[in-house]
Design a protein around this ligand. Structure first.
Ligand SMILES: [Fe+2]
Ligand SMILES: [Fe+2]
Length: 281
């Protein structure tokens, strides 16, 4: 298995430098206790396409606000500064993965799966009265991001993985471990660390195929794992050539859901997903 440093140079380096500067400026400003809402608003407002996308998300049924929000400073007061930085990343990330061979992935399908998972992770957390809902949305949305890195950097190996996975009806991550030596969860972990996201968000991505491997964030990890399964069972699968359903239903026990709740959340995903997808494409 490659070291973290080797992975940085060989695999994920392109995406660390391509992420919009506004995201890193925002992270730096958040680390400074003197920073005001106005300062943060100005940083985000320097990217008008990003502002438009963020306002669409915040004004959607995703938030259900009583009054529409017209500027970023007001959005910050509703969503919270750190949580808005997660939305900034979510709103920027879909543009960062261009030029991946089409036979490996249908990008729209990939992001639909990812957004369904993000939506479900946020919904599952909200019913527990959890805070930091945007971080759960982002963790869900990014859970399979390592796949895109592998498709772009190791297309031939990825092609082989998808063929074996489809022919033998085995989960992609298991075949990746055999063919490549590690899987997309590990690549996702390294990329999210390079983006300076907190471990509470990195860990659920790193262990989304085996929540029992998470030591410190098992509940959040199980939430993302279950959200992934729900996205798949609602029909929003990730790949066009892979076998994606895996029987990680252990997560249901950790997250403690009953049948009615599972059905309700599936309805919510089906109701809101198209609107959510429309913000990103
Ligand atoms: Fe995955
Ligand atoms: Fe997935």
């Amino acid at each position: 298995m490659p070291t973290s440093a080797k992975m940085q140079t060989d695999l994920i380096g392109d995406w660390v430098s391509s992420l919009p500067e506004v995201y890193f400026r925002l992270k730096a400003a958040l680390d400074n206790s003197e920073t005001s809402f106005d300062d943060l608003g100005k940083i985000i407002s320097s990217d008008s396409a990003l502002v438009a996308r963020l306002l669409k998300i915040v004004n959607s049924s995703f938030y259900n606000l009583a009054q529409p929000v017209e500027n970023i400073t007001t959005a910050l007061s509703f969503v919270g500064t750190e949580q808005l930085s997660y939305l900034v990343l979510a709103a920027s990330v879909t543009d960062q993965f261009q030029g991946i061979p089409k036979d490996l992935v249908d990008m729209k399908k990939f992001w639909k799966h990812s957004l369904a998972c993000g939506f479900a992770a946020k919904y599952l957390s909200s019913r527990r009265g959890g805070d930091g809902l945007e971080s759960m949305f982002l963790a869900g949305m990014l859970h399979d991001i390592g796949k895109l890195v592998l498709f772009k950097k190791l297309p031939d190996a990825s092609r082989k993985v998808l063929e074996i996975s489809r022919d033998q009806k085995r989960p992609v991550y298991q075949v990746e471990q055999e063919v490549i030596g590690y899987d997309h969860s590990l690549v996702g972990q390294e990329l999210l660390r390079a983006w300076k996201l907190p471990e509470s968000l990195v860990d659920p991505v790193a262990h989304h195929h085996d929540p029992f491997d998470s030591e410190d964030y098992q509940f959040k990890t199980a939430t993302v794992s279950l959200a992934n399964i729900l996205a798949n069972t609602c029909g929003y699968t990730c790949g066009n050539r892979s076998f994606d359903l895996d029987p990680q239903m252990d997560s249901v026990g950790i997250v403690d859901l009953n049948e009615d709740e599972l059905e309700r959340i599936s309805e919510e995903i089906n109701t809101h997903l198209d609107e959510l997808v429309s913000f990103f494409f």
